[in-house]
Design a protein around this ligand. Structure first.
Ligand code: CAA
Length: 261
């Protein structure tokens, strides 16, 4: 595969794509070259048919300490607006149809918290620290934090977090449902994410894609349209080979051999 300056990319288990942010000197601050590399690595996993799910993690000390403050400190309004600063981040979630699990150890602040929340499932290690400290820099979250954090933990808690810039501990993130699970060690967090990705990758990619799409629709649609959307997609899956394979295998007490068709 490709080699990257700021990422380590591998496939530790069958069907699992693994990306580790690797810019230790800046606590994985998300400079533009890093984001472009991340885009490229995710796109490669998206098109690789052997990959069913992806894990994104950082180091034990930092998932990512935010957008790169030194890179943006002299940015003007017209440069930010004119060149769609941060726009390349939004791409990450819109093109990625395969599940992304973010495994957070250490700091996930500002853009780091926002990147972690772009994952479909978030796991945390015991020393994970979440927060949107942009207010302390004279700005606000710029990669979806005000929207995703509010959807994840509710308005009162998100408002408090964003207006004070105070951090959220791993324990608190678990209790508030920001993360799906809190693990006892950083290794367990990363390995837990890989195990979950391996499990997801063992299912029909068609069904997994449809499931992710349907759950994501709940973030944009009202309950009525959302349930209707789900029903259409559910009906549609009866046109897939894997529905026949999965249900026939159950009836014959065998394990299914997915065709991904
Ligand atoms: N951008 C650029 N460099 C960063 C950085 C960032 N977001 N976060 C840390 N670094 C750099 C530090 O400047 C330092 O570099 P030097 O050794 O060259 O001085 C190195 O990483 C290590 O950091 P610290 O010495 O500060 O480490 P610490 O353990 O004392 O503190 C920390 C850790 C509390 C996370 C602290 O680094 C910090 O507060 N970082 C900034 C967090 C932040 O404000 N993030 C939001 C950024 S704005 C944003 O993300 C906008 C958006 O919504 C898209």
């Amino acid at each position: 595969g490709k080699t990257y300056e700021h990422l380590l990319v591998s496939s530790p288990k069958p069907g699992v794509g693994f990306i580790q942010l690797n810019r230790p000197k800046a606590l994985n601050a998300l400079c533009t070259p890093l984001i472009l590399e991340l885009n490229s690595a995710l796109r490669d996993f998206q098109t690789d048919k052997s990959i069913g799910a992806i894990v994104l993690t950082g180091s034990d000390r930092a998932f990512a300490a935010g957008a790169d403050i030194k890179e943006m400190k002299d940015l003007t309004f017209s440069a930010a607006y004119g060149n769609d600063f941060i726009e390349s981040w939004s791409d990450l979630v819109t093109f990625l149809k395969k599940p992304l699990i973010t495994a957070v150890n250490g700091y996930a602040l500002g853009g780091g918290c926002e990147l972690a929340m772009m994952g479909d499932i978030m796991y945390a290690g015991p020393k994970a620290v979440f927060g949107q400290p942009e207010i302390k820099l004279g700005v606000i979250p710029g990669a979806g934090g005000s929207q995703r954090l509010t959807k994840a933990i509710g308005k009162a808690r998100a408002m408090e977090t964003i207006l004070t810039g105070d951090n959220i501990s791993a324990k608190q993130a678990g209790e508030w449902g920001l993360v799906a699970k809190v693990f006892e060690t950083p290794e367990e967090c990363t390995n837990g994410a890989i195990a979950t990705a391996e499990k997801i990758a063992s299912y029909s990619q068609i069904a997994v894609k449809a499931a992710k799409e349907a759950v994501n629709k709940s973030q944009d649609l009202g309950i009525r349209e959302g349930v209707e959307f789900e029903r259409r997609v559910f009906h549609g899956l009866f046109g897939s080979k894997d529905q026949k394979i999965g249900m026939a295998a159950f009836a014959e007490k065998k394990s299914p051999e997915w065709s991904n068709e």
